[in-house]
Write a protein that binds this ligand. Structure first.
Ligand code: TXA
Ligand code: MG
Length: 328
């Protein structure tokens, strides 16, 4: 294996020819069963050939991920998606509206997709990321790329290349550095196999956006009889190494309960935090969340007090990640 420096391949400041050579090399790693860290618009992914069960096994090993938690297939166009899953009119409409973008669609899988990639399920989640580097890599590989977030299972997702190296650098053949990601929370996972579209994981595309495109209500897994859940959402996630509590700005000092606290949110808190990070809006709060969680761990604070967002737009995804980080 090459040393860490040469595995972290920066895309910036390369000539077109150098860049092409780099993508060819990365594509060859994927085709031959290796692992490549890649940026997407949401978080960095740990990519492998989705059609190669042995390559996919390496992802689970590198992350320490439970093998019943299925992976998302990343494609560079609708044709590639069609080779992997059964499309229906609603899926086509959503692809047209939101792809490339942070929307993963759960559809019935075709037999080309190994069971290991889909965690033993009949369905597979698929998306086309809105990131040039990810799309070039998929094109150069010629195969769909299975990629979970490139963190050790349970840790906050990585939103820059160095964090990928820090977390799983020893187990990856190359990391493509595309700079910090711009959505910051993972894709929305939407089940479109049944009569109702079911939101399995809130993410970069909001429930309101989906409903406007579908002209129909999007259900939540706990609504009525629908108990189906995205398997990944059963596990504790995004855990920072210090505790996190959710609070309104007015109750922040009380929530800290005598501990040295770092405040994160869009409003000024009541009381005197040890440190504070104030975002200009909820989009920025979401974009910076995972980075700030990792920063807070080494800040000297004993507890993270996070402003509770309202449950609309990106706020729903943000609240979901904060609740998981708080371990409740
Ligand atoms: O933004 C993202 O989606 C990032 C980037 C790298 O694309 N990827 C990501 O992957 O977040 P991961 O593995 O950390 O989360 C995938 C989620 C899990 O909650 C998993 O259970 C769910 O998608 N999922 C995958 N296939 C599924 C399926 N067939 N049915 C239901 N849920 C599925
Ligand atoms: Mg993840």
């Amino acid at each position: 294996m090459t040393d860490m420096e040469s595995r972290l391949a920066e895309i910036f400041a390369r000539t077109e020819q150098e860049e092409r050579t780099l993508f060819e090399k990365a594509g060859e790693i994927i085709r031959s069963g290796g692992l490549v860290g890649m940026p997407t618009e949401t978080v960095y992914g740990l990519g492998a050939n989705a059609l190669d069960a042995e390559a996919v096994r390496k992802i689970y090993l590198a992350k320490g991920r439970p093998s019943d938690n299925p992976l998302i297939l990343h494609v560079c166009d609708v044709e590639m998606a069609e080779r992997c899953v059964e499309l229906n009119p609603r899926a086509r409409l959503l692809m047209e509206t939101f792809w490339p973008g942070p929307l993963s669609l759960v559809l019935n899988a075709k037999s080309l997709v190994p069971l290991r990639t889909r965690g033993g399920l009949d369905t597979a989640a698929i998306r086309m990321p809105n990131n040039r580097i990810a799309l070039e890599l998929i094109r150069a590989s010629g195969v769909p790329i299975a990629a979970p977030s490139a963190n050790i299972s349970g840790r906050p997702s990585p939103t820059d290349a160095q964090t990928v190296i820090d977390d799983i650098g020893d187990n990856v053949d190359m990391v493509l550095d595309g700079g910090p990601t711009n959505v910051g929370v993972e894709s929305t996972v939407l089940d479109v196999t049944g009569e109702d579209a079911v939101l399995l994981r809130p993410g970069g595309i909001s429930k309101e956006q989906l409903e406007a495109a579908l002209h129909a209500e999007v259900k939540l897994p706990q609504d009525g009889n629908i108990i189906k859940r995205s398997p990944g959402t059963r596990y504790r996630h995004y855990a920072p190494k210090i505790p996190l509590v959710l609070s309104a700005p007015s109750g922040a000092a009380e929530a800290a309960n005598g501990r040295k606290w770092i405040w994160i949110g869009v409003s000024e808190p009541d009381g005197e935090p040890y440190k504070k990070v104030i975002f200009s809006n909820f989009d920025e709060y979401a974009r910076e969340l995972f980075r700030v969680l990792r920063f807070a761990e080494g800040s000297g604070a004993e507890v993270i007090v996070a402003e509770r967002p309202s449950e609309d737009g990106i706020g729903r995804a943000l609240l979901d990640r904060l609740i998981r980080a708080s371990g409740i």
